[in-house]
Structures are given as C-alpha cells and as structure tokens.
Design a protein around this ligand. Structure first.
Ligand SMILES: Nc1ncnc2c1ncn2[C@@H]1O[C@H](COP(=O)(O)OP(=O)(O)OP(=O)(O)O)[C@@H](O)[C@H]1O
Ligand SMILES: [Mg+2]
Length: 267
C-alpha cells in the first residue's frame, strides 16, 4: 500500500491504561488494576489462558465495555467516561479483526471491504451504495496489500478461512485506522495460514506505522511476531516485555504451569 493511500489517514494512536479495573454487571472482574503504556506505532501481542481478560482488554479499548475505575486514553480520546457519541467517533478510527472474520458471506469481497468506509461516508451515499472513487481505490490497495485483489468479485463465503481473514484485514485497512485490534485472528486457521495472517498484521504495523494489538492463545506466535508481549492472568498483567526474553518463570506466571519440552520446541 503506497503512501498516497494513507495520506488522509489519522496519525497512529497510543493506548494508555492507568489502574484500569473493569467489572461486568454480574460482578465478574474482567480487568484488575491494569496499567499499560502502548506507544503509537507499536505492535503488541497479548497472551493468556481462556478467561484471562484478553477480549475484555480489546473491548474496553474500543469502548464496548465501560471502565469501572481508572483512566483509559486512546489517541486523543479519553475513553473512560466518554459519551456514546464520542465512542462512536473513536470506533470509526479503530480497525477490528475477529477470530470468526465477521464478513457478509453472500456479499462480494469488494462490498465487504468497502464497509470499512462506512464511518467516513455520508448517510445518503451509504444508502445508495455510492462509494466514491477514492474509497474504491483505498479498497483495491488494501486488497492488493494482502494479496486478495484477484478475488475482488468472489462471494466472501467462497473463500478459504485464511483468505477471509485477509479480507477482514483489508476491510480494517480501508477504514484508514489509527489502531488495529485483532482478537485471536488466527485461532481457527492452520499453522501456515496463521503465519501468513500474522505476517500481514506485522507488515501493516511496520509499513504503515499503525499501532497493532493482537490477542493470541499461543506464545510461539507472540515470540515470532510480537515485539512486545503482555501476559495476562485472571484480569491482571503478569508479564510485560519482549516476547523473546520471557523466561520459564514468566511462562509459569502466565499459564500457571512450567514450560514443557513441546512448548520449547514450538517456541
Ligand atoms: N459479558 C460478560 N459478562 C460477564 N462476564 C464476562 C463477560 N465477558 C467476559 N466475562 C468474564 O470476564 C473474564 C475475562 O473474559 P475474556 O473474554 O476477556 O477472556 P479471554 O482471555 O478473551 O478468554 P478466551 O481466550 O476464552 O477468549 C472471564 O472470567 C469471563 O467469564
Ligand atoms: Mg477472548
């Protein structure tokens, strides 16, 4: 994706949590006194067991889950205590990528990717499906950057899982996001395909400077692609540092058991 495509893109955002606690209405604590400083342009992998709070962290950053106490700043937005209207504006600049792709299966690849322009398109244009030429160019470039351009007119449901996830990444890119949040984007893909999708996210971060936060189950992918790794357990940050230098003791504090020989082989 050339520099011209991102000319109007916002400056990548930093993410700052200061003693953030999130308590769900049923009393479950999703995040517990979390403080994190994620500078703009960084790539961070968040790892942890099921239920450790990875998705809660992502949902809190994009304002879907309210902060119970503490402060959260995302770019210039004070997310903690923000109004619905402010949160809508915030989400317009956040590209989301999910485990289940979240594509409209019957719609074409191009239509799915143009959805990324919705937050930036007037209502009448949206209703008419009248996307501007510059929106189309953004969509083409995003699809090209993840190698899916030849599938432009295919139905999303006709693509493989890896291809669908690339379309979802292209949709996020077409939005010209200030950050990309990916919640286990490779959990349902086979290992080579997972590596391809991770490489795409790494490239987006590296080439476009977009801040990328990606949740992963497995430490080995974090080691390979996450410059910085945040380990979570029961809503708390138990590791924060280079993925490559996590020790056996760090592994144990994240996963609650020592590292096995197989884990070593994978990592
Ligand atoms: N909407 C909700 N209401 C109440 N509790 C919730 C809600 N969503 C998550 N939780 C709880 O918050 C904690 C953290 O959940 P979260 O989904 O953030 O974990 P996770 O690390 O993403 O897990 P997984 O790897 O299974 O996706 C868990 O105890 C979970 O049961
Ligand atoms: Mg989750």
């Amino acid at each position: 994706m050339g520099a011209s495509a991102s000319a109007a893109a916002p400056t990548p955002w930093s993410i700052t949590l200061d003693d953030v606690t999130v308590r769900y209405p049923n009393g479950t604590v999703g995040l517990k006194n979390v403080s994190l400083d994620i500078p703009s342009g960084s790539m961070v992998a968040v790892v942890g067991l099921s239920g450790s709070g990875k998705s809660t962290l992502i949902r809190t950053i994009n304002g879907l889950v309210p902060v119970t106490s503490g402060t959260l700043d995302v770019g210039e937005h004070r997310v903690s205590g923000a109004s619905t209207r402010q949160l809508r504006r915030l989400r317009g600049d956040i590209g989301m990528v999910f485990q289940g792709f979240n594509l409209a299966g019957r719609a074409s690849v191009l239509q799915n990717v143009l959805v990324g322009r919705l937050a930036h398109t007037s209502l009448w244009r949206t209703l008419l499906g009248a996307y501007s030429e510059s929106d189309r160019q953004l969509a083409y470039r995003a699809l090209e950057s993840v190698g899916i351009l030849p599938k432009l007119y295919a139905r999303a449901s006709e693509l493989s899982g890896g291809q669908q996830q690339r379309v979802a990444i292209a949709r996020a890119l077409t939005q010209q996001p200030a950050i990309v949040l990916a919640d286990e984007p490779v959990a349902s893909l086979d290992p080579p395909t997972a590596h391809g999708v991770m490489a795409d996210l790494r490239r987006i971060n590296h080439d476009l400077g977009i801040t990328v936060l990606v949740n992963l189950h497995l430490l080995d992918l974090a080691r390979e692609y996450g410059v910085r790794m945040i380990g979570m357990r029961a809503g708390e940050v138990v590791y924060d540092g280079p993925a490559a230098s996590a020790s056996d003791a760090d592994f144990e504090s994240i996963y609650g058991r020592s590292i096995s020989p197989e884990d070593r082989l994978r990592a």
